[in-house]
Design a protein around this ligand. Structure first.
Ligand code: TNX
Length: 565
């Protein structure tokens, strides 16, 4: 006689197609056999490295009977697609690539009790039979982590990667440099680490308050071997780590280390406060030479096809004021600093092409570029309309609009919410995000590589706070990235999310409970008390207006920084 059917597990992100059977497969705690078929050795060991959530695995000869069978087959179409079948006889995962098979494993993990997300061994597990056919709607499903404003130890990055992989995120955009810190080891430019990786203190006040700092030094950087480890750990989990080296603005830590890379020879320090600075790397050819040497080191550590070079929030007026730059412009017949800025980005992009890489830049850098600018990937933060414009001009775009993908904004308009930059952006807002605007034509849609959520860390002092801000809103955005539609429109999202939270807990993540912060997560009355901050409606309006006007540089409050009106 058959057992009554087991409960149906909830999956996040939602698979394209699932059908549940009434049978059961027993996964024994003492160990399982696995048939790796004709997988290459390297793919096989890659999968084994992410299979630690399963009972101990004994590999068997291909074709022998096995509890778990991997099948590499072109029958499953799509580089990240997979099929997962649980029958009474065993589990089969099929895909046309190791990436696809890896996603099959990630889904299998969600069929197990939440304990499979902890490091404790599983007991015997009764799995309900099912067939899942699944593939992502979007090839770029990303997360940005700002380690420049706040350095987090390597172990946190590795754990973050685990969590991203569990949500089938495949890009980690590491914001490695900014005015407040430089976080990549450099052998060619050692002052980047001795000077650029430390700041004297960190601002603790909010934007419209009298600036005050904590008086405590902050810093750190990742060694080349830390980064190599991160890159390979992420690659095992289908994640490409995309480094961002901010140029020519947001470059205060670079200029503090090497003032001669800046336009004026003035003394500088790594900034202790937040906001948009005057730092602007010089566009002169001799500086470009140094930059290429520096970037060559970065390329050696990051095999990513994409390299992010920033290009946002540049106060171009600083070039105008530098006689050497004016002289260079005259010599080269460059009419405006806007044109010079475009040439700066274009030259770096062209050089990256010779290195076999593609430049990624923020949409500010695209906004004023000539129609024949070489294609780059544009990260669109000032709304989805600027994404449409960039796509129409032939660029591939990644959607990263402030609303609702900036997870440094409050999760509710509630004084209990811990310090954030402004807001609110609620879970419902994140769940309502549609990555493929129905009004866009096929041409534009085909240029949308995907989307990413952003964790800027000016207001996030600890790993605990990063996790609080990220989850569960990022679950909703991961759902949208995988399915290509708003999480709120996929079946039973909120119920599935409620079932999913114990997995986050098992991973050790201090997410925000659905009904608000735990008492120990609240803002309190100390220096991290709740401030109203920048209201999201105003920011959205100001940013999209500025993007529409073709502003190359604009602050969060909509202030134009490019000296044009
Ligand atoms: C804008 S988006 C920035 C970041 C800040 C963030 C704070 C972008 C390209 N620049 O430098 O950290 O807002 O929300």
């Amino acid at each position: 006689m058959k057992n009554p059917p087991l409960p149906t597990p909830s999956l996040i992100p939602s698979p394209a197609d699932v059908s549940w059977g009434d049978d059961v497969f027993l996964l024994p705690a003492h160990g399982i056999t696995a048939d790796f078929g004709d997988l290459a050795r390297s793919d096989r060991s890659r999968l084994v490295r992410v299979m630690s959530f399963l009972p101990p695995v004994d590999a068997v000869q291909p074709g022998a009977s096995a509890d778990l069978r991997f099948e590499l087959t072109t029958r499953v179409v799509g580089a990240e697609a997979y099929e997962l079948e649980v029958s009474a006889a065993g589990i089969r995962i099929s895909g046309s690539t190791a990436d696809g098979l890896h996603y099959g494993l990630q889904s299998l993990r969600q069929l197990l009790p939440a304990q499979a997300f902890s490091r404790a061994p599983l007991g015997d597990v009764r799995l309900r039979t099912c067939t899942i056919q699944d593939a992502p709607a979007l090839p770029w499903r990303g997360a940005l982590l700002d380690v420049a404003r706040r350095f987090f130890p390597k172990r946190f990055l590795l754990h973050f990667v685990d969590t991203l992989a569990a949500h089938k995120i495949n890009r980690l955009h590491l914001h490695l440099t900014d005015d407040q810190g430089w976080r990549v080891e450099s052998h060619a430019f050692p002052r980047l680490n001795s000077v650029g990786s430390v700041r004297a203190a960190s601002q603790v006040t909010h934007f419209d308050e009298e600036p005050e700092t904590d008086g405590t030094p902050h810093g750190g950087f990742y060694s080349s071997s830390d980064l190599a480890e991160l890159v390979s750990y992420a690659a095992d989990r289908g994640i490409v780590v995309i480094p961002e080296i901010e140029l020519p603005g947001h470059s205060g830590a670079l200029l503090a280390s090497y003032p001669e890379f800046g336009p004026q020879d003035e003394s500088r320090s790594v900034l202790t406060h937040w906001g948009i600075s005057n730092s602007l790397v010089s566009p002169l050819p001799e500086v470009q030479e140094h930059l290429r040497r520096l970037l060559t080191e970065v390329l050696a550590v990051f095999p990513s096809p994409w390299i992010h070079l920033g290009g946002d929030e540049t106060r171009l007026g600083n070039w105008e004021r530098d006689p050497a730059v004016s002289e260079y412009m005259r010599r080269e017949g460059i009419a405006s600093v806007g044109e010079l800025f475009n040439r700066f980005m274009t030259d770096l992009g062209a050089w990256l092409t010779t290195q076999g890489r593609v430049m990624v830049m923020w949409d500010d850098a695209f906004a004023n570029s000539p129609d024949d600018a070489p294609p780059a990937v544009v990260t669109c933060w000032r709304g989805t309309d600027v994404a449409r414009q960039a796509a129409e001009r032939g660029h591939d775009v990644v959607l990263a609009p402030v609303f609702p993908t900036y997870l440094d904004y409050y999760q509710a308009a509630d004084e209990r919410e811990p310090l954030a930059i402004g807001g609110p952006i609620t879970l419902e807002d994140a769940a309502g995000f549609d990555p493929l605007d129905a009004r866009w034509g096929d041409e534009v849609r085909s240029r949308v590589l995907g989307m990413q959520f952003q964790l800027w860390t000016e207001m996030m002092e600890s790993e605990r706070h990063v996790e609080y801000m990220a989850w569960p809103r990022a679950c909703a955005l991961a759902e949208a990235a995988w399915t290509g539609r708003p999480a709120a429109s996929t079946p039973g999202f909120l119920d599935r999310l409620a079932d999913h939270l114990p997995r986050l807990a098992a991973l050790g993540i201090e997410y925000r409970p659905l009904d608000g912060p735990h008492p120990w997560q609240e803002a309190g009355t100390g220096r991290r008390h709740h401030r109203v901050g920048l209201p999201i409606a105003e920011i959205r309006g100001a940013l999209s207006q500025a993007a529409e006007d073709g502003a190359t540089a604009v602050s969060l409050s909509g202030e134009r920084l490019d000296g044009r009106s």
